[in-house]
Design a protein around this ligand. Structure first.
Ligand code: ADP
Ligand code: MG
Length: 231
């Protein structure tokens, strides 16, 4: 809990309403929400070392308070398999960001494990002025963006409600496995929903939270991107 307060206070002191990805993922970890391994590199050589520690392939991402949608500015490069690819991607990302926003403040470059592709789900939370925190669940990509196949509950939710959320989206059958996709670990999704519910109930400073996407495997899951917006 102290870790989270420290992160939130630091953001507020710096006048930020968004947590940086490593901060948001650290908050998630405090509530046992599974995230990809990550390390924040401050220079190229460090990025190489972290990539070797984490294990190839890795993903590199810009960490900047001035950049919220990282891939929009060429700030995310996935599938890096060698030291050279990491070095090139490091330079490329900083170049891309500079081109897009000359004076963007750069905190560093996040090196993270590459989560294997799988069924993607999204878990969100947002504060309703009348009902307080509410939770959202859906399958990722076109299901949420095009079909708006999502479901909501007012927090806190019970385990039964978490299960209902999962089974009531139209895309639910996909979680039971299709074509080459193995069945998804529903129990892990239930736990993520319950832990997210606890997180937003216990930290009313959080205005919005977005775990998008979460890769769900036959066993376990990994949050690939986490966004948290403060009041
Ligand atoms: P943005 O700020 O643009 O939303 P993301 O962190 O979501 O940046 O990265 C963009 C996309 O890159 C993700 O939606 C996902 O498809 C892919 N990606 C990012 N990180 C990883 C990772 N660790 N493993 C696998 N894919 C990733
Ligand atoms: Mg994203």
């Amino acid at each position: 809990m102290k870790t989270i307060s420290k992160i939130l206070n630091k953001a507020l002191k710096e006048g930020r309403k968004y947590l940086l990805e490593p901060e948001a993922k650290t908050v998630c970890m405090e509530y046992e929400i599974p995230v990809t391994n990550f390390k924040l590199a401050k220079e190229e050589a460090e990025a190489v070392k972290f990539a070797e520690d984490i294990g190839f392939p890795v993903v590199l991402k810009i960490v900047s308070p001035d950049i919220i949608h990282k891939s929009d500015v060429g700030g995310v490069i996935v599938g890096l398999k060698t030291e050279k690819e990491v070095r090139d991607a490091y330079k490329k990302i900083l170049g891309n960001v500079k081109k897009h926003k000359t004076n963007a403040k750069i905190v560093g470059v996040l090196v993270q494990e590459m989560a294997p592709a799988s069924t993607e789900v999204i878990v969100g939370a947002m504060k309703d002025p009348q009902f307080g925190p509410a939770l959202m669940f859906g399958l990722g990509g076109v299901f949420v963006e095009v079909l708006k196949d999502v479901t909501f509950r007012v927090a806190p939710i019970t385990e039964d409600e978490a299960r209902e959320m999962i089974t009531e989206v139209k895309a639910y059958p996909l979680l039971k496995g299709y074509r080459s996709m193995p069945p998804a670990d529903i129990e892990t999704i239930v736990q993520i929903l319950l832990n997210t519910s606890r997180l937003v109930m216990e930290h009313q400073e959080i205005k919005e939270l977005d775990l998008n996407p979460i890769m769900v495997y036959e066993k376990g899951a990994k949050t690939v991107d986490a966004r948290i917006i403060l009041e």
